[in-house]
Ligand binder design. Structure first.
Ligand code: NAI
Length: 478
């Protein structure tokens, strides 16, 4: 079998395969979906374009989608998050060899440039015979955005001219769309027409989808995987509780105990980060704009303050807001010498990296890849992780397998749902029904030795639920 792909080095495949094998053991949700649906092949005929961090855990997701019958093309949704050995192993496939790869076309390597990033995203949306995918599996919404903006700009007759206010990212994105439209003026209309739906992984991507749905611009139905309880209340929280420390440790190895750490944003991700840093003995300060989350932080024992007021005392910063301009160039110049500045939110604009580069007299020294010291003219310096991109994937390997098994079981179920029941869904954003959320949780209990109590029929009647669930109304918040 020959197919196109672009990864760093297929020679890494064996190392990747060993890691995938161990990850499978830690991903009971995905493995039981393979068992449950393997014979029925519900994804037969699905052509899935996946844009999601190309890690070992994602490799298990990809091979689950294939085991359920899908054809898949994959790119990473961040320039630093690929684990090259996982990408190589997925291309080679469980049965292939380096000389004769039998796996899945992957277009991803750690350290892509921005133009390369968007070319990889275009590659997953462009199948060999010029056709497009019929499903998207997205993380952060970049693949979905390419189809939507491509089609909108196609209809308008041109890509809007590059504006000097455009970020580098936007400039590069417009350039790619310009190039694709020059090659085929109807490319995105054709691709959009073939897509049955998208399943979206993260808070930031979901936010974009609701905006599109609200303006009536959503081109196909979407399932918001992020807001399955077994996704956001687990991956965002417990996943980050693990991987924020992994990122900090691998990048800097500073002792966290006793330091002052600022967590910007006390949503699901912020809650996990604050708990982890506090667990290491850091004095954690939270910044919030939402009074409910601010009160939660206070009741969890954290000081709630404004960033401006703690710049002179904080040693470590982690942004987790999904918002932009949280840490400005001005803030960074007022920080303590050697303060560590990092972001764990989806996009890199939480920290104003462009502004930092423009500070007069500032210099940048690479300590090691994805760890940079920025020195100001007064001699003080700060350490910035992953150039402001999500540090748990840029400086470490993202969340561990067990928590991703929950997220990716939701992804797999959502793909089956949209692909097999397309007509049941309008061009809106949906969450999976609660019984499926409960199913995902159930699939992970045995592995932890957790024994669930069963309701008696009388108890079930008393609280007004079915013995088999769902156990909570949709408005319950967990
Ligand atoms: P969330 O919406 O639950 O939390 C964000 C919090 O930030 C909210 O409570 C909001 O009030 C607060 N916030 C907004 N603007 C602020 C400001 N200017 N200052 C202080 N606080 C502010 O979102 P969630 O699920 O916690 O996700 C946060 C980001 O992390 C998103 O971009 C999401 O896509 C990303 N994410 C990253 C993961 C990773 O592995 N790195 C995993 C999961 C999500």
């Amino acid at each position: 079998m020959s197919f196109d792909y672009k990864v760093k080095d297929l020679g890494l495949a064996e190392a990747g395969r060993h890691q995938i094998r161990l990850a499978e053991h830690e991903m009971p949700g995905l493995m039981s979906l393979r068992e449950e649906y393997g014979a029925a092949q519900p994804l037969k005929g699905a052509k899935i374009a996946g844009s999601l961090h190309m890690t070992v855990q994602t490799a298990v997701l990809i091979e689950t989608l294939v085991a359920l019958g899908a054809e898949v093309r994959w790119a990473s949704c961040n320039i630093y998050s690929t684990q090259d050995e996982a990408a190589a192993a997925v291309v080679v496939g469980p049965k292939g060899t380096v000389e004769d790869p039998q796996g899945v076309p992957v277009f991803a390597w750690k350290g892509e440039t921005l133009p390369e990033y968007w070319e990889c995203t275009e590659q997953i949306l462009t199948w060999p015979n010029g056709e497009g995918p019929n499903m998207i599996l997205d993380d952060g919404g970049d693949a979905t955005m390419l189809v939507h903006n491509g089609k909108a700009w196609e209809a308008a007759g041109q890509v809007p001219p590059t504006d000097e206010k455009d970020s580098e990212e936007v400039g590069v994105f417009k350039e790619l769309v310009r190039k694709t439209l020059a090659a085929d003026p109807q490319k995105w209309t054709k691709i959009a027409a073939g897509i049955k739906g998208v399943t979206e992984e993260t808070t930031t991507g979901v936010h974009r989808l609701y905006e599109l749905a609200q303006t009536g611009d959503l081109l196909f139905p979407a399932i918001n995987v992020n807001d399955s309880v077994t996704k956001s209340k687990f991956d965002n929280k417990y996943g980050c509780r693990h991987s924020v420390l992994d990122g900090l440790n691998r990048a800097t190895d500073v002792l966290i105990g006793g330091k002052v750490a600022v967590v910007a944003g006390y949503g699901d991700v912020g809650k996990g980060c604050a708990a982890a840093l506090a667990g290491q003995g850091a004095r954690v300060i939270v910044t919030e704009i939402d009074p409910i989350c601010a009160l939660q932080a206070a009741m969890d024992g954290f000081q709630v303050a404004r960033l401006e007021d703690v710049l002179s005392i904080a040693d470590i910063y982690v942004t987790s807001t999904g918002n932009f301009n949280i840490i400005t160039a001005d803030h960074m110049q007022q920080m303590k010498n050697k303060a560590i500045v990092s972001n764990i939110g989806h996009f890199d604009n939480e920290i104003d990296m462009a502004g930092l580069a423009k500070v007069p007299g500032v210099t940048k020294t690479e300590i090691k890849p994805q760890v940079h010291e920025w020195t100001f003219s007064n001699g003080n310096s700060i350490i910035v992780l992953s150039e402001g991109r999500l540090m748990n994937l840029g400086n470490a390997t993202g969340h561990p397998s067990f928590v991703m098994s929950n997220s990716f079981a939701n992804q797999t179920i959502a793909q089956i749902e949209l692909f097999t029941k397309t007509d049941d869904y309008a061009k809106q954003v949906y969450v999976l029904p609660k019984h499926l959320d409960e199913k995902v949780a159930r699939l992970h209990l045995d592995a932890l030795g957790a024994k669930l109590t069963e309701l008696t029929k009388e108890q079930a009647e008393y609280i007004g639920v079915d013995v088999a669930g769902p156990y909570k109304p949709d408005h319950y918040r967990y």
